[in-house]
Design a protein around this ligand. Structure first.
Ligand SMILES: Nc1ncnc2c1ncn2[C@@H]1O[C@H](COP(=O)(O)OP(=O)(O)OP(=O)(O)O)[C@@H](O)[C@H]1O
Ligand SMILES: [Mg+2]
Length: 353
């Protein structure tokens, strides 16, 4: 079906960031998945970067909300509003309805899948197809996943970690973990609260992780000053903090991520495992940018491992690239479409063979 001047888009709806790819143009939106809502009227006050700056700084009448948790929709209405805002931003005409490829975590349930489809349709999509995030990450990183060769992808996002072995275009073994960058941030703020009796905000914890965090010893260990509120006096205070201490604080969630990788490797058929040990493990997602993460993965698995060229964008890029094959996908499965009677999902038409 021709798209009547609508621009097909691909959306990586992430716990931390939402990215939108427009067919023929590339990634046009990359913003935090945050919406600021006026609690009295439910009106949207701000979306994305602007709303993120409001977290922890809002007056009582405004709430800054992250509508996704662990890669799935936690607040349906707010997710829909956020998607509508981003979809409109890339459409040239106000009422156009694009065809959309949405990324979904591989560990998602049918109900969670349905929520993503429904949210996209009511946010203005004409048709929706889902693509699994590890598959999208692999395509976006330039791997040829159609060949009969094993590839391993590890995507550490804000709220999930996905480990998958791909071959012949599909997932052979996979594991999805509800641990991502936010759990690392929480481990840091929990540590500072317990050991230094000081409270720090979510943003400060993330800043510490990005600046000093690591999964293995660094060539040059680092030091910084951290500001927070003393839990006993209630007054602002500053403490020195080193990267070794931060690494200890992060040990548990990092261990869980490494455990999932090892576990998946153990379940991988030998031929594919041999391919992976030759080609290496692809690391994607913002969480994979943690200091010395690749070193730690190499050390614990004995396999080569390397970061994708662009870990934060490769999932969106890969789903965008899959748009080029959108029409060919019609032969495989049917997209979800908005029915005439509103809000009921039905397959749109018989597959064109
Ligand atoms: N340099 C860095 N070091 C460590 N962590 C980082 C770095 N840069 C970004 N991150 C973390 O990456 C996470 C966001 O990654 P990403 O955008 O891939 O997640 P997402 O796709 O929104 O989440 P999910 O896939 O779990 O739904 C955040 O937790 C952020 O703190
Ligand atoms: Mg992601």
């Amino acid at each position: 079906m021709p798209s009547f001047g609508n621009r097909d888009i691909a959306v990586d709806l992430g716990t931390a960031n939402t990215l939108v790819y427009v067919r023929g143009e590339g990634i046009l939106v990359s913003e935090p998945s945050v919406v600021a809502i006026d609690t009295a009227t439910n009106a949207v006050h701000a979306v994305g970067e602007e709303a993120k700056r409001m977290i922890g700084r809002t007056p009582a009448t405004i709430a800054a909300i992250r509508p996704l948790r662990h890669g799935v929709i936690a607040d349906f209405e707010v997710t829909e509003q956020m998607l509508r805002y981003f979809i409109r931003r890339v459409q040239q005409r106000r009422w156009s309805r694009p065809r959309v490829v949405m990324c979904a975590p591989s560990g998602i349930t049918e109900v969670e899948k349905k929520a993503v489809v429904e949210a996209s349709l009511s946010a203005g999509a004409r048709e929706v197809r889902l693509i699994e995030e590890p598959v999208a990450a692999a395509i976006g990183a330039g791997l040829d996943i159609a060949e009969p060769v094993g590839h391993m992808v590890v995507d550490v996002g804000g709220g999930t970690t996905e480990v998958a072995v791909l071959s012949l275009g599909g997932m052979v073994v996979s594991q999805s973990l509800r641990i991502g960058g936010y759990e690392l941030d929480e481990a840091i703020s929990g540590h500072i609260r317990r050991v230094h009796r000081m409270a720090i905000g979510q943003q400060t914890a993330e800043d510490i992780k990005i600046e000093l965090g690591s999964a293995a010893p660094l060539e040059q260990e680092l030091m910084t000053e951290v500001r927070g509120r003393d839990l006993t006096t209630g007054l602002p205070r500053e403490i020195p903090l080193g990267s070794e201490e931060v690494r200890d604080a992060l040990a548990e969630p990092v261990e869980a991520i490494i455990g999932a990788i090892r576990d998946t490797l153990e379940r991988t058929p030998p031929e594919l495992a041999a391919d992976i040990s030759e080609r290496g493990i692809l690391l994607a997602g913002g969480g994979a940018l943690l200091g010395a993460f690749a070193d730690r993965v190499r050390e614990e698995t004995g396999m080569p491992a390397g970061l994708a060229e662009s870990p934060l964008t490769c999932v969106c890029l890969g789903s965008g690239m899959s748009l080029e094959e959108y029409d060919a996908m019609d032969r495989l499965d049917r997209p979800f479409e908005r029915s005439a009677t509103r809000r009921r999902l039905r397959p749109s038409r018989a597959p064109a063979r």
